[in-house]
Write a protein that binds this ligand. Structure first.
Ligand code: MTE
Length: 320
């Protein structure tokens, strides 16, 4: 049976339109978090606690990925996260901090590869050359951040896995152990685990990034410890957190949100200001820490790096 769930991203048209010239933080949270308004505020006081417990991590900044926006302060980022395994609101930080145990952590690489691998996450990290990249991060809900991620390109994982030529997609999966996340138990209507996918061509593009650190430390639980994805040209829901499995496959993966509402959260989900979400405009976005409303850019401003991936695919619904 297909259960239709309305995600908290499902802001009304009114709360996502330019009336937001007057929008303050309270109104933004009301619009974005819907009925769970009280929870984000509850989470804010303690969300920053996570920052004190992570190991320092440093890597040279890749100059190719400098951007013109200010970095979102870490404390602001930690107050405002989507991680439905801990609840359908932005203040999941304290629960993710206490419930998720990011080490030891096994990562499986399997499917259409010569030799399937199971690695400890630190062994995987040890095989990679880490770098820092400043990336814009645009959520389908209409807000954005700029984050200094530390990690390695997805294509380095593809090289390690050496997929067979029959592999057309990379499917990824978040953990689904209810012992690690209370929301998995309390929200059984979601089709866990959180799954996402991309084409093998997208995985081979330099921009796709596997994140293991942020703000000079190991990545926080609430941001997706110990390893999460960031595809900055796509809406944020494509970038799944706390990954346990990478599977090379010839079948197009169906993501958690696509399972729930395919017409709203599709496979491609490339950012495009001219293609509205069925229930709100995507023409602009609120930059979280300044509360400024700025125009959204095609491919979130990364067209130079990724537009060629979609050449000749005009018939596809590439932007939802
Ligand atoms: N990954 C998992 N496993 N569960 C989630 O709920 N939310 C997605 C994505 N990855 C999500 C997830 C959404 S909707 C967004 S916008 C980003 O994570 C948010 O990342 P952030 O909290 O680090 O900003």
């Amino acid at each position: 049976m297909l259960i239709r769930v309305k995600p908290s991203w499902a802001v009304s048209e009114a709360s996502a339109t330019p009336e937001a010239t007057y929008l303050n933080r309270r109104a933004l949270l009301a619009g974005l978090a819907g009925t769970a308004l009280a929870a984000p505020f509850a989470g804010m006081a303690t969300g920053a606690r996570a920052a004190t417990e992570r190991l320092a991590m440093s890597a040279p900044r890749n100059a190719a990925y400098q951007i013109e926006r200010e970095i979102t302060p870490e404390a602001e980022n930690l107050k405002f996260n989507n991680f439905y395994e801990y609840g359908s609101h932005k203040g999941i930080g304290p629960d993710a901090e206490t419930q998720l145990k990011p080490r030891p952590w096994q990562v499986v690489i399997d499917g259409l590869v010569d030799k399937p691998l199971t690695l400890d996450v630190d062994e995987l990290i040890g095989k990679m050359t880490l770098e820092e990249r400043l990336y814009r991060h645009r959520c389908v809900e209409g807000w954005s951040m700029t984050v200094p991620w530390i990690g390695f390109p997805v294509k380095a994982l593809v090289d390690l896995a050496a997929p067979l030529s029959s592999a057309k997609y990379l499917r990824m999966e978040t953990f689904s152990d209810p012992e690690l996340a209370s929301g998995i138990r309390t929200q059984p209507w979601y089709p866990w685990p959180y799954v996402e996918g991309m084409t093998i061509e997208e995985a081979g593009n330099d921009l796709g990034f596997l994140v293991v650190g942020a703000y000079g430390k190991q990545v926080a639980n609430q941001m997706g410890a110990p390893i999460r994805l960031h595809l900055p040209w796509k809406y944020g829901f494509k970038s799944l957190k706390s990954i346990v499995k990478f599977t090379f496959t010839d079948t197009r993966p169906v993501g958690l949100w696509e399972t729930i509402a395919a017409n709203e959260y599709g496979f491609w989900a490339n950012v495009n200001p001219e293609v509205p979400h069925p229930r709100w405009s995507q023409a602009s976005e609120i930059v979280l820490h300044t509360m400024e409303r700025v125009p959204t850019q095609l491919f979130n401003g990364y067209g130079e790096q990724v537009a060629s991936l979609y050449a000749g695919m005009e018939g596809e619904m590439l932007y939802r």
